[in-house]
Unconditional design. Structure first.
Length: 385
């Protein structure tokens, strides 16, 4: 026996028609919020990235000068060191030289850098080898893709979409999605339009699914719009850059709170275009889950303001709670909004947990999707008209 059926004799509308109707309503209510919010995010994000790139360039010059001085002092110290002390100084020298090479990367021959890294690798042991091994893989990728000179890779139109949508940009988009998603159910309950909708709805579960899909499609539009905006504006302000430069993902981290480093040298190297592509895809997946979760939660609330406050608190609290380094945090969906950070090792480094991987994030988000759709559709089908 079906609960809350539609009017007798009413034909059940196909799901696509329900989605279209819900999207039209959503766009009519929130189009200016979406357009202006997205434009502000792209402009502010690009200006911030350009300023950061400029500061990094200046900082790199200062750091390179200081490192060169320290390397000279260490070499002088090694001239009088013997035994174990000399070995430790040699390891430190290799690591410092690697840092200097990275800071002075612009224009350096990739072949020469590869030779330097191979020489350094022969002098290292244990986990300290992994960073150099990854650097060697990166150099080999460059040569295989006809990249003969190294680049600082701190800016450019190709770099910006992946970096922003693989990091803080997803959080910003999460707030935009929040404003749209809660309005789709809690806003209608607050505006007392739910009774009218139920009068014409043939099936409440289908209507709920239509609302969720409409928000998800809007979310994907925001992600794609942001990627295009960052590429165009970033290219105009900082140059286009290259789609072929390498980006390392799939890093596994290990160690302690005091010594956090690679747990292995098994990584995946993507082209910049591939990195951008996967950043967009992963942002679409994580934000789709976030959208569905918000729609589900808003079925329990009759105030869009309250629903917005709860959603904002979840996003912000995840950023602060991450400092606790508790394994329980891995179940927080807001922590996995940026799946790219789970893939490139940033989240594992932040939480200092090797288990914070892309697989973990995907499983957590999949679980929350099932819960949100199940509980949300049940609650929506039992709302009082």
């Amino acid at each position: 026996m079906t609960s809350n059926p539609g009017p007798v004799g009413e034909l059940r509308a196909p799901l696509w028609a329900v989605v279209k109707n819900e999207w039209v309503k959503l766009w009519a209510r929130k189009r200016w919020v979406l357009v202006l919010g997205l434009a502000a995010m792209v402009v502010v994000g690009t200006l911030f990235a350009a300023n950061t790139a400029s500061q990094l360039a200046r900082s790199a010059q200062v750091q390179a000068g200081a490192l060169a001085l320290n390397i000279g002092q260490l070499k002088a110290q090694m001239a009088h060191a013997t035994g174990k002390a000399r070995v430790q100084d040699q390891i430190q020298l290799v690591q410092m030289q690697q840092q200097l090479n990275q800071l002075n990367a612009q224009g350096v021959s990739v072949q020469a850098n590869l030779a330097s890294n191979r020489s350094a690798l022969a002098q290292l042991h244990g986990t300290s080898r992994y960073v150099i091994e990854v650097a060697i893989q990166t150099d080999q990728y460059d040569l295989a893709h006809n990249i003969r000179t190294m680049s600082s890779r701190t800016d450019g139109g190709w770099l910006l979409p992946g970096i922003v949508l693989g990091g803080a940009g997803v959080i910003a988009l999460g707030f935009l999605v929040l404003l749209v998603a809660v309005d789709n159910v809690a806003g209608e309950r607050q505006g007392a339009t739910i009774p009218l909708m139920f009068l014409h709805a043939g099936n409440r579960v289908q209507t709920f699914m239509g609302k969720a899909v409409a928000v998800v499609l809007t979310t994907w539009g925001l992600v794609v719009g942001a990627a295009i905006g960052f590429f165009v504006l970033g290219g105009l302000m900082m140059g286009v850059g290259s789609p072929s430069v390498p980006e390392v993902v799939g890093a596994q981290y290990g160690g302690t709170l005091q010594n956090f480093t690679y747990a292995s040298s098994h990584v995946t190297i993507l082209s910049q275009f591939g990195f951008d592509w996967w950043a967009v895809v992963l942002a679409c997946l994580s934000l789709a889950v976030w959208a569905v979760l918000l729609v589900g939660v808003s079925t329990f609330l009759s105030s869009s303001g309250l629903a917005t406050g709860i959603g904002a608190a979840v996003i912000l609290s995840a950023q602060f709670l991450a400092q606790l380094h508790s394994p329980l945090l891995l179940g927080d969906p807001a922590l996995h909004l940026s799946l790219m950070e789970s893939w490139d090792g940033t989240l594992a480094n932040q939480l200092q947990m090797g288990s914070a991987t892309l697989t973990t994030g995907a499983l957590v988000l999949a679980g929350w999707t099932v819960v949100a759709l199940g509980v949300g559709s049940w609650k929506f089908s039992h709302l009082e008209p």
